[in-house]
Write a protein that binds this ligand. Structure first.
Ligand SMILES: Cc1cc2nc3c(=O)[nH]c(=O)nc-3n(C[C@H](O)[C@H](O)[C@H](O)COP(=O)(O)O)c2cc1C
Length: 325
């Protein structure tokens, strides 16, 4: 089916879905500094959405899962990532995502977290191909949104010859491959050689499905080379956005002066506080670590910023730092 995916220039660069990172506040920061070709939300439990909205009757503006589905200004096209091993829950969440006006829906089949795998979700799907097929079918049938899948190259070992055909037969619009196995977590370098093999299988079985490579991309320049060498269509950047919301505009992490980085952190903290229902301020610590790094006195400033419990407090500490106090 035709969708915005077919219109993207190649190679394209997309934001990785990241829990407690790619929320509406962080996406706004990235959008203002150089937007990716496609935005992604954090992952959201489809079962959780059903339970909180239909059983608990929680109002949407008090529901933390609905906060994860805020679209935000200037953040388009945007894909909502959901997970469930139950086709009926996937169908429920896809319909909701469509009503909310998202541009696509992504199914998480790569998360290695034990609590997710216990629900038969995330990477566990690699071991249950029939469940994977059923949830893709349910997602496709529930709305006209393009459906994509994000997964890994295998569970204990690379198994693209078995796993990728399962997905290709269900014909999602896009497959993102995190180029590591479940067992490897994120402990070894991503292996972009696997993408060459994936492209060969895709070209043979279902050339209409777009492939996005993911793992260790830190700049557009490097990502372009990896995409061109492997033959896929796009690259997804995750941790490369930490401390570098300019990454999609072509900047490398060291290219930005410290004052500009700290100003970005202040902006992020203020918009983070405005999200409803609020998130715990301590979630910003990853960003504090990433922005306040690589200069004389960084450790001291970081330690002070870690104590901040509000955007105003964080801004005051940075003002004192800038004044040489
Ligand atoms: C803090 C954190 C949260 C993540 N949350 C998600 C998530 O919600 N959904 C998902 O598919 N992957 C998630 N991932 C995996 C990333 O999307 C990506 O696949 C991984 O970080 C490898 O890409 P990178 O090397 O560019 O970071 C997360 C990773 C990190 C570090």
């Amino acid at each position: 089916m035709h969708s915005f995916w077919q219109e993207l220039k190649k190679p394209f660069f997309v934001m990785a879905p990241m829990a407690d990172v790619t929320d509406a506040a962080f996406r706004a920061l990235v959008a203002a500094r150089g937007a990716p070709d496609v935005f992604w939300t954090e992952f959201v439990s489809a079962d959780g959405l059903y339970h909180t909205r239909e059983i608990q009757k929680m109002p949407d503006d008090e529901n933390p899962l609905m906060r994860d589905l805020i679209k935000g200004e200037g953040q388009r096209p945007i894909i909502a990532q959901i997970f469930s091993s139950k086709p009926e829950m996937i169908a429920y969440a896809v319909k909701l995502v469509a009503e909310l006006g998202f541009d696509g829906v992504d199914l998480n089949m790569g998360c290695p977290d034990r609590s997710i795998e216990k629900q038969g979700c995330g990477s566990a799907m690699i071991k249950t191909p029939e469940v994977a097929r059923a949830v893709i079918r349910a997602a496709k049938a529930a709305s006209s949104l393009p459906v994509s899948v994000k997964t890994r190259v295998g569970y204990n070992k690379e198994s693209l010859d078995e796993w990728l055909p399962v997905l290709l037969e269900e014909a999602p619009a896009v497959i993102t491959l995190h180029l590591r196995t479940r067992k490897e977590m994120s402990l070894v370098p991503a292996n972009w050689e696997f993408m060459k093999k994936a492209v060969e299988i895709r070209n043979r079985l279902n050339p209409g499905v777009l492939l996005i490579g993911n793992g260790d991309v830190t700049s557009v320049e490097q990502g372009t080379r990896l995409v061109e060498e492997s033959g896929c269509e796009g690259a997804m950047i995750g941790r490369g956005m930490f401390g570098n919301p300019w990454v999609f505009a072509g900047r490398k992490s060291d290219d930005t002066p410290l004052a500009e980085k700290l100003a970005a952190l202040i902006e992020l903290a203020h918009s983070f506080e405005k999200m409803t229902p609020p998130k715990n301020f301590s979630i910003l610590k990853k960003h504090i670590k990433a922005f306040a790094t690589g200069f004389d006195g960084a450790a001291h400033l970081r330690a002070r910023l870690m104590e901040a419990e509000s955007a105003d407090a964080l801004e005051a500490i940075i003002a004192q730092h800038n004044a040489g106090e």
